[in-house]
Design a protein around this ligand. Structure first.
Ligand code: FES
Length: 349
């Protein structure tokens, strides 16, 4: 896991004035909006007896603990203890951590780290979100896998004609010709352009969606550090874009949240077809991705064997190594299951 990035961790519509627990980076946080619409992210653990603040309520722009109703303001400071006798001051350590948070492109973004604002890597662009001609659907699923594995799977080209041969995969050449594979790597991102020569063998739902659009299909696959993938399928007469965030819940769980845009079949009644198609693809990948060992991609490139069609994944691993070399790595907590429900607990302050 890496610190010092903006993490998209929930869809905007899911955060209301009702507190919601969000699990990310081995932490449990609570997100909510106050009456002014301001977004707030706090540690979801009351400093009094450890109750989850997400079970409490929001009033007067503050969150109240469900157990003894301690009242916390947006910066995490406790400003009222109902059971306190008059004149007894509120203890200085009656506070929870608060986190920078913002809303963009239909996601809530949390900054986790210690960099000053001006040095933080930017939130990646998503111009399709503002394009009213595109129809969009929101989609999410959970896998028992590390986010580095689900991310790499999302941009892995050579598995497509193997694992997805019963859906959309037959149109991809098993061997990518390297002259068709153009890789561009930036400071925090990498993208590969691939030409797909034959897309006519797509099956089932995918045949319905893709065959009418068959053309010289161009695919761009890419990533933004540390946990976002972007897929653009350009059919000439229409395009499909997946912007997918792989939310690192803990060392063995990833919740993947995707906004998919399309410029064809833009009727809302077609949304269900695309939802089902996306779900089918995930189910085809699930068993294999959850079987990968070790759970996270290795820190050393030499610990796995690579071939040229893995160059996009390699570009990701190299940027990840760069982050680790800068001290942005976070300790894994795989063996620190220390509550009675088997939940991973955050490190001691
Ligand atoms: Fe939160 Fe007591 S546990 S107020």
């Amino acid at each position: 896991m890496l610190k010092n990035f903006w993490y998209a961790c929930e869809f905007s519509a899911a955060i209301t004035t009702n507190p919601k627990q969000v699990r990310i980076l081995n932490q449990k946080l609570v997100f909510y909006r106050n009456a002014k619409g301001q977004l707030i992210a706090l540690q979801d653990r009351c400093p009094h007896r450890g109750a989850a603040l997400s079970l409490g309520w929001v009033k007067d722009d503050c969150i109240h603990c469900p157990y003894h109703a301690w009242k916390f303001q947006a910066d995490g400071k406790c400003i009222n203890i109902p059971a306190n006798q008059p004149g007894i001051p509120i203890p200085k350590n009656a506070r929870v951590d608060s986190y920078p948070i913002q809303e963009k492109y239909g996601f809530i973004w949390l900054f986790y780290g210690d960099l000053p604002e001006e040095e933080r890597p930017p939130i990646p662009p998503l111009p399709e979100f503002e394009d009213p001609s595109l129809q969009k659907i929101f989609f999410e699923y959970e896998l028992n896998a590390h986010y580095t594995r689900t991310l790499e799977n999302d941009m892995d080209m050579s598995h497509v004609s193997i694992i997805h041969s019963k859906s959309f995969g037959n149109g991809f050449a098993l061997e990518q010709k390297m002259e068709d594979y153009e890789l561009n790597v930036g400071e925090w991102e990498g993208h590969a352009k691939v030409n797909v020569r034959d897309y006519t063998k797509a099956k089932d739902l995918f045949a319905f969606v893709f065959r009418p659009l068959k053309a010289n299909v161009k695919v761009t696959l890419g990533f933004y550090m540390p946990n976002i993938t972007r897929l653009v399928v350009d059919f000439g007469r229409g395009k499909l874009v997946n912007f997918t965030v792989h939310v690192p819940v803990d060392d063995r769980t990833t919740i993947t949240k995707r906004i998919q845009f399309r410029s064809f079949l833009t009727f809302p009644w077609a949304d269900g077809i695309f939802q089902r198609a996306a779900y089918k693809v995930v189910m085809e990948d699930k068993g294999v991705v959850e079987s990968e060992y070790p759970m996270a991609v290795p820190d050393k490139l030499s610990d796995e064997v690579h071939v040229p069609c893995d160059n996009l994944s390699l570009a990701y691993r190299k940027l990840r190594q760069k982050c680790l070399a800068m001290g942005w790595g976070m300790k894994p907590y795989q063996n620190q299951v220390d509550d009675s429900n088997g939940n991973l607990m955050p490190p001691s302050p």
